[in-house]
Design a protein around this ligand. Structure first.
Ligand SMILES: *Cc1c(COP(=O)(O)O)cnc(C)c1O
Length: 444
């Protein structure tokens, strides 16, 4: 390199690393990531593609783009599979790849063969119909609440939505289905009591003003004891007799029965029993992106799709792409967590306990969470740490969310991909190092 070679002007790595912005970004991104961003720009300057004087600016921009979201990845060690506060379902690799594809210009509403406009989200619709052949047609909107809003708006109008008092649920963060339905201008006609509703209760209110029959699967609680409800099949006859549509809101998103969740209703079953339209979320047990799925009779779905509200509730192209990929690709992480082998979970927990210096492994049940399979306990194991490790784990890098219970910090590996076990062990060692307590002292 000669005295006048402009490459001499390329800023050195140590000088760049000392830049206050990069120092600030180090904790979030890690030094390796920052070094690789620096090397990329230096390389471009060496090969003449970038002026040496522009290296620093490009490095700063590169670091900024990698911190463009304030969302931080979290290792979910709670054992709760569909964790609403953690964004519910982690996406499959196929769905993640589809998101990237959809990030650019894509033919989401364009028929490239003819150059004319096409139906939005046709691929996701086809994938839904393949996954659920019992449905004549399907429509995906922004989320489950939007699907319910659309169905009751279109099918009940200003008429009555007839629903059992045992099914009037609050879905979280203070949002209540009855209030959501009434916000559309429809009137709720509650029948039965909290614990028991009979066919006669429904029969007694059917009439001129009835807009639709609604059956909701209460996914986030369970009433046991002296209870009774009316099945979809019986409601079918009543709906037919009075010529009103029957809407079934399942929430959970199970398309077909799953042996691990014998009491959880599924879309295919509800359609077979006679629902005109079934509602489910995309990001619960289906394991996909946020979405509200409406599956059922072709004429009903067509009415829903035509309504102006459908435009306001439509899914974005990223979620459409991820939904299609979830349905057509490999089993998503939610399915892996649901069907995790307890023997393997115990082995992994044992390995983690040893790797962090001898913690105790305890039995720990996983949960479906997020409005699915209330009361179902999925047998598994957890590594028990002192309670004080929890805040340090949450603040660590990567952030780890444990379960705090019985004055202990519990790490359940069910929802952690095995590939991340080593990162988890590193994070736990770092947290314990800061805590200054031996791992085996937590809980009772
Ligand atoms: C979760 C749930 C909803 C709401 O669905 P989102 O996708 O969260 O909007 C509605 N109904 C039932 C029964 C649910 O479980």
């Amino acid at each position: 390199m000669g005295q006048n070679d402009p490459r001499r002007l390329i800023p050195r790595t140590d000088r760049l690393l000392a830049h206050p912005v990069l120092l600030g970004a180090r904790e979030r991104l890690g030094e390796d990531m920052i070094r690789s961003i620096i090397q990329e720009s230096q390389e471009r300057a060496r090969s003449g593609k970038l002026a040496p004087g522009d290296v620093e600016a490009e490095v700063l921009a590169g670091v900024a783009s990698r911190t463009a979201t304030s969302l931080r990845p979290v290792l979910n060690a709670t054992g709760v599979i569909v964790h609403t506060n953690l964004g519910r379902s982690p996406l499959s690799d196929s769905a993640r790849a589809a998101l990237l594809t959809a990030a650019g210009y894509v033919d989401v509403e364009m028929d490239l063969a003819s150059g004319t406009r096409s139906r939005r989200g046709a691929g996701a619709r086809q994938a839904l119909l393949r996954a659920c052949p019992a449905a004549e047609d399907a429509l995906a909107v922004n989320n489950g609440a939007a699907a319910l809003l659309l169905a009751t708006t279109v099918l009940a109008g200003t008429g009555e939505v007839v629903v059992s008092r045992g099914e009037l649920v609050e879905i979280g963060a203070g949002f209540r289905l009855p209030e959501l339905i009434e916000s559309t201008g429809a009137r709720l006609r509650e029948v039965g009591t909290t614990n028991r509703t009979h066919l006669g209760d429904y029969e007694s209110v059917m009439g001129e003003r009835t807009g639709c029959l609604l059956k909701v699967h209460p996914g986030n609680f369970r009433i046991s004891g002296f209870t009774s409800g009316v099945g979809v099949g019986q409601l079918r006859s009543l709906a037919k007799e009075h010529q009103v549509p029957l809407v079934v809101d399942l929430g959970s998103g199970l398309l077909a029965p799953d042996p691990v969740l014998p009491d959880e209703p599924d879309v295919a079953g509800a359609l077979a029993a006679g629902a005109d339209v079934v509602i489910a979320s995309g990001d619960k047990l289906l394991g996909g992106p946020q979405a509200g799925l409406l599956l059922g009779r072709a004429d009903v779905i067509a009415r829903l799709a035509r309504h102006p509200l459908a435009r306001a509730l439509r899914m974005d192209k990223l979620a459409l792409a991820a939904l299609e990929a979830t349905l057509g690709g490999e089993a998503p992480p939610v399915a892996a967590a649901l069907h995790a082998d307890p023997v393997r979970l115990r082995e992994r927990a044992g390995a983690l306990a040893r790797a962090v210096g001898g913690a105790v492994v305890v039995e720990h049940d996983g949960r479906v969470g997020g409005g699915g399979a209330p009361g179902v306990e999925l047998p598994g194991w957890a590594v028990r740490l002192p309670e004080g490790a929890a805040p340090l784990l949450r603040a660590g890098n990567p952030a780890v969310l444990p379960r705090v219970h019985g004055r202990a910090c519990l790490l359940d590996l069910r929802c952690i991909p095995e590939d991340d076990d080593e990162r988890l062990a590193d994070a736990v060692r770092a947290a314990l190092g800061r805590l200054g307590e031996p791992p085996g002292t937590g809980g009772s």
